[in-house]
Design a protein around this ligand. Sequence first.
Ligand code: TMP
Length: 229
Amino acid sequence: MTGFFIALEGSEGAGKSTQARLLAEWLEAAGHSVLLTREPGGTDVGEQVRHVLLAPGAYAILPETETLLYAAARAQHVREVLLPALAAGWVVVCDRYVDSTLAYQGGGRGLPLTALLQVQEFATGGLLPDLRLLLDLPVNVGLARRLAGPDAVNHLDRAGVAFHERVRSAYLDLIAADPAGWAVVDADGPPEVVGKRVVEVVAERLPMSPRADSDGLTRDDRATVVETR
Ligand code: TMP
């Protein structure tokens, strides 16, 4: 693997998707080949699974089913998109990855961590981010932002404050267990201000120099993958 894999994590309303886009733009402007993608999603199959998981449907999805659906989308994403991009030396910016399952299905839904980790190992073949970034925000601030914003409200936004508090503390526990793998960014503030904090952290950790990384791929190849979102 010659690329660099950044996963953006956070609770609802932390502004991850905006920050993922701003970060990808900054990386591109700095001369890197960048793949911006998201979970669940990032592939045609993954986007279909996303719809099943997040559409405000008439069915209730059990925590175990939910876990396996996120893992199914992830398995496809890893092999179809992430591994080829990393092998080609790109910087991958992924809006959510494995730690979302550990925080939401583990912390939020209360499923045991050992089982979740086994499923993740199978789904990802062991692919882990080089850097995990938590956009951290008090739960009430995030939920208020999300409910006031233009994004469709999904079933997890309606899960209740206690659920989201458990998600946030699960993230903080994951960070306490592996502080070197993570960076925490204060997500309170206007997007440009938070964006500067994100860029500062990434610039410090990113080992690759721009343009040493493109491995013969053209802008068109890059665009094709970005459009699979
Ligand atoms: P988002 O893209 O707006 O953050 O929405 C994705 C939702 O899916 C969010 O509520 C978190 C949830 N989620 C999980 O519960 N587990 C997972 O593994 C992933 C990737 C997302």
